[in-house]
Design a protein around this ligand. Sequence first.
Ligand SMILES: Nc1ncnc2c1ncn2[C@@H]1O[C@H](COP(=O)(O)OP(=O)(O)OP(=O)(O)O)[C@@H](O)[C@H]1O
Length: 618
Amino acid sequence: MATDTAVRQWRRNPSLLSGAAILGLLIVVALVAPPLLSGSAETLTDDARLGPGAGHLLGTDAFGRDVLARALVATRLTLLMAAAATAASFVVGVAIGALVHLAPGWLRETCLRLIDSAVAFPSLVLALVIAAVLGPGTGSAIVAIAVAGVPGFARLTANLAATVADKDYVLTARLLGVPGLRILGRHVLPNISGPLLVLLSSSFTLSLLDISSLSFVGLGVQSPQYDWGRLLNEALPSIFAQPSIVLAPSIMLIVTGVGAMLLGDGVASLVDPRTRGTAPAPARTADAAGPAAPAQDGAAQAPQALQASGGAGAASGTEPDGLLTVAGLTVRAGDRTLVDDVSFTIGAGQIVGLVGESGSGKSTIAMAVAGLLPEGVRANASRLALGDLDLLGTPPERRLATEIGIVYQDPIGTFNPALRLGTQLTEVARVHLGTPRRQAAQDMVRALADIHVTEPGRRLRQHPHELSGGMLQRASIASAMTTNPRLLIADEPTTALDVTVQAEVLRQFRRINREHGTAMLFISHDIGVVGVLCDTVLVLHGGRVVDRTTGGDLRRGTVTHPYTRALLAATPAAVEAGGTLSAVRWTADADAAQPSGAPSDDLSDTAADRPPAAEGSR
Ligand SMILES: Nc1ncnc2c1ncn2[C@@H]1O[C@H](COP(=O)(O)OP(=O)(O)OP(=O)(O)O)[C@@H](O)[C@H]1O
């Protein structure tokens, strides 16, 4: 079965097939030509400078040696030198790039600038300088080309690693306390392997040409050894009288280069799990299947589906003890304040929502709570704690990993595309709870079934790209709940999903909240969704809390703060209810600014003037 799949993948990959065929043929030549053809390639005869003919297809050189035989015998040394130089550049370059990526900010920037300068220097010129310093010879040519190739690999590795570093699955690994080197090996390098392999193949071609160039100018292979560059060097004096003498090494160089590039392209698409084409992606209908009936249609379905259930905290009508305490949280990037003096608490079983326009600081607050702020961004607070766990200091990784779960906006970006779901979903249980692999898999199958993922056993063997967005989001909720965390942070968890899947995902949040008493910090642009799910809602604007209200007030539309009213007026639900869709035009210091169609109000109705909806309102 696996063999059939492998054969199909190869058949569907003409670059891989043709590149492998060409390089395979060259390897055969490199293996068999020296023992079979060394005689005619190296024995001096009186048949000097013969033209192409029956005895010698491409003629003979000035010493009567067969030109074609020499080119074929030279294949072994040429390929070995190019491969050795490329392998050395690859290993050293990737290692340097990875270390640079892990280095602290100032050192990384310095190293990157140095690498950039090295890349800007032409590799052949650099190789010529190194070869001239080391002296002519096969070894020095390999070293020179290898050194010249290092900066390219180092830069690509460091740059690509930086693009993967802010992916959700890397953030999650950081939250779980996975060491930097392990994150690099497990999450970063596998996901940048495609471009690195393409560079490997083009670097092999470049090494081949550079090594041949060094030999051609007399700094590489020395007589009596010969590679294709050395053959071109020897043919130079007679190139006009006997042009056929340069044909064989030139053609061999071109064919090898083309073969390497084709193979590189083919391997790059083969290692990318998204283009492997394994099992077909599940049908969309499977996503909505499951014991809970999906909402019928329309944006209003999600809120309606949840309204009936009511909020745990809201139903109690009491303010639960603060499990998460955020007091005076301020987050800065350099001299820019991203979040300004934000305070709130979340009790066990309570859901607190953060709403606000894009850029108002919602995700920054969540990341500050989880200790996942990006480099250069610093959080300060008079208190930031989850129960007895001080989140401002350096909390024990194990506790962070098990007491906070995160569900991100983009279910596809949440998972490492290079790893099967089973490996990723059971990692926390295996690594942090010490659960045996088989038991962790069985537990996860149950957890996925609980959250209405169909065929959970099969899902664990699939890669993320083989599941729909809704199914992946449910898998990420199941994953976040593995340790039964005290706090679940959901950062726009439904934004990337269509409305029917949204409703189901929201139902799952509600169920988890009620069954496990999990405290939740729920972030959304969608004020309607926040209204039906959350007990307490903080409205953010420009990094500050401008209003505190309740889900009930949002649902009933009985909010009084002008900005919150402006947000409500800007939701499609307001239009469905007969209102006018308005753009939000409120600013903290422009009391006249109102959404069009919204009743006039002034800014005296600040959070301080309102009864606190959550403990610690500022
Ligand atoms: N690493 C960073 N360095 C500097 N500024 C940042 C950084 N990350 C975010 N910001 C800024 O912080 C502010 C708040 O961003 P944040 O992502 O928290 O907003 P948000 O309300 O979650 O927006 P969205 O809903 O679009 O995700 C924005 O102005 C953003 O440009």
